[in-house]
Design a protein around this ligand. Structure first.
Ligand code: AKG
Ligand code: FE2
Length: 223
C-alpha cells in the first residue's frame, strides 16, 4: 500500500496511455519520447531541456514533500553552494521519481545509467549556488524546480576540464562576471538534463520571495 501512496504519476505530453504498472497499483506513465534532437543537443552542448515530464499532481507532491522536509529541518548544509539539502533517502516521492526517470536518462545518453544520488536543494533567502562541477557519482543530472522560482542556471562549457580549486579561483577573481555563462531556465513541469560533472555551472543569486527548492537527480554509468 505504501508504494501506491508514494508513487508519482508521470505523464507524456503527447500520450495518455499508461505503459506500465508498479506492483499492479497506480499506473506510471511514460516520460516524453526522447528524439534525436535532444540526444544530439546533450551530446554537443552538455545539456538539454525537456518540458512536461510530469503531471501537476506529481509537481504538487514534490512541492509538498520539499516543504515538509524543510519545515522539519531534515536538511543538511550543502558542500558546494546550495545553502541546505535533503537527500532522496529521506524523501520517498523524490526517490520514486528518480527510478521512474531512469529510462529517460538512459534514452538521453544511450548509456546504461543507474541512480547514484539525489537531493532537494533549498534556497530560503536567495538562489545563489557557487561555480562547481558535480559529484564524481554523476554522469548525468536531471534538475528541476519544485518550489518557488529559481533563476536560470548559468552553464560554463568554456570552463570544461577545470578542477574545483580552479573554479573557486575564477569565481573569487575580481574580474569574474557573475552574469556570464549560458543562462538556462528550468522548464515548466520538466527537467534540465546536464552533464554536470563536465560542464561547470553557477547562479549568482537573486532574493527569493518564498522558499525555493530544486531537485537534483544524479545517474552514473556502471562501468
Ligand atoms: O540547485 C540548483 O539549481 C542546481 C543544483 C546543482 O547544480 C547541484 O545540486 O549540483
Ligand atoms: Fe551541480
Amino acid at each position: 500500500m505504501r508504494a501506491r501512496a508514494i508513487l508519482p504519476e508521470l505523464v507524456a505530453p503527447d500520450s495518455t496511455a499508461p505503459i506500465s504498472r508498479v506492483a499492479g497499483r497506480e499506473p506510471v506513465r511514460a516520460a516524453p519520447a526522447i528524439g534525436r534532437d535532444l540526444t544530439r543537443h546533450l551530446l554537443v552542448h552538455g545539456h538539454a531541456m525537456i518540458e512536461g515530464v510530469w503531471s501537476r499532481k506529481t509537481a504538487r507532491r514534490l512541492a509538498r514533500e520539499a516543504a515538509a522536509l524543510f519545515a522539519h529541518r531534515q536538511v543538511t548544509s550543502g558542500s558546494i553552494g546550495p545553502p541546505q539539502q535533503a537527500t532522496a533517502s529521506d524523501a520517498p516521492v523524490l526517490a520514486s521519481l528518480q527510478f521512474a526517470l531512469l529510462p529517460m536518462a538512459r534514452a538521453l545518453t544511450g548509456q546504461l545509467l543507474v541512480p547514484s544520488c539525489g537531493w532537494y536543494n533549498f534556497y530560503p533567502t536567495d538562489d545563489a549556488i557557487r561555480l562547481h562541477t558535480d559529484v564524481e557519482e554523476s554522469d548525468l543530472v536531471l534538475l528541476a524546480s519544485v518550489l518557488g522560482e529559481p533563476g536560470p542556471l548559468h552553464l560554463h562549457p568554456e570552463l570544461q576540464g577545470r578542477v574545483q580549486s580552479e573554479l573557486d579561483a575564477i569565481q573569487n577573481d575580481p574580474g569574474w562576471n557573475p552574469a556570464g555563462g549560458v543562462a538556462v531556465p528550468y522548464p515548466p513541469l520538466g527537467i534540465l538534463a546536464l552533464r554536470g560533472r563536465k560542464v561547470p555551472h553557477h547562479r549568482a543569486g537573486s532574493p527569493c520571495s518564498s522558499l525555493t527548492a530544486v531537485i537534483a537527480l544524479h545517474y552514473k554509468t556502471l562501468w
